[in-house]
Ligand binder design. Structure first.
Ligand SMILES: [Fe+2]
Ligand SMILES: [Fe+2]
Length: 163
C-alpha cells in the first residue's frame, strides 16, 4: 500500500464528503425544480454529477495506491430551503467546507512526505478555487436579483449554461 492507514482513512472520509455534496446538490436541484426554477435545478443537477466524479476520482486514487475503499454513511441532505438565497448560501458554505477538508488532506500528505497523494490533491485544490468562485457568483446573482426578480436568474442561467 502506497498510503498510510491514516491517509487511507482520511481519503475515505473525503469520498464520503464528495458523495454527501452530490446528494446535497441533487436535493437542492429537486428543491429548485419544485419551486418552478428549472435552470437553477439544471445547474445543481450538473453540479451533483461533478461531485460524484470527484468522489470517484478519490476512490480511483485509493485503489491505485493499493488501499481499501470504505465509503462512510452519507447523511441525508436538507430538502427544503426558505429562499433561493438560503440554498445558494448553503452551496457556498458546502464548497468552503470541502476546500478546508482538502487543504487538511494536503497538510497531512506533506507531513507524511506522501508525494503521490499530494500530487493528486493538487488537482482538487485548483478545482476548489473554481468551485468556490462559481458558488459565490451564483449567490451574488441570486442576491442581486432578489426573490421577487428570481426569474432574471433563470434567464441568466439559460443564456450562460454550458452543456
Ligand atoms: Fe467536490
Ligand atoms: Fe464542489
Amino acid at each position: 500500500m502506497m498510503i498510510s492507514a491514516k491517509m487511507q482513512k482520511a481519503l475515505n472520509a473525503q469520498i464520503g464528503m464528495e458523495f454527501a455534496a452530490a446528494l446535497k446538490y441533487d436535493a437542492m436541484a429537486a428543491h429548485f425544480e419544485a419551486e418552478a426554477l428549472p435552470q437553477a435545478a439544471k445547474r445543481f443537477f450538473r453540479q451533483a454529477g461533478e461531485e460524484r466524479t470527484h468522489a470517484h476520482k478519490f476512490l480511483r486514487y485509493v485503489l491505485d495506491a493499493g488501499g481499501r475503499v470504505q465509503i462512510p454513511e452519507i447523511p441525508a441532505p436538507p430538502h427544503t430551503y426558505k429562499s433561493s438565497e438560503a440554498a445558494a448560501q448553503a452551496a457556498l458554505e458546502s464548497e468552503m467546507a470541502v476546500t478546508k477538508s482538502i487543504h487538511k488532506l494536503f497538510d497531512l500528505a506533506q507531513a507524511e512526505k506522501d508525494h503521490a497523494t499530494a500530487a493528486t490533491l493538487q488537482w482538487f485544490i485548483t478545482e476548489q478555487v473554481e468551485e468556490i468562485s462559481s458558488a459565490d457568483q451564483f449567490l451574488r446573482l441570486v442576491q442581486r436579483a432578489g426573490e421577487k426578480n428570481i426569474l432574471a436568474v433563470e434567464d441568466y442561467l439559460a443564456e450562460t449554461a454550458e452543456e
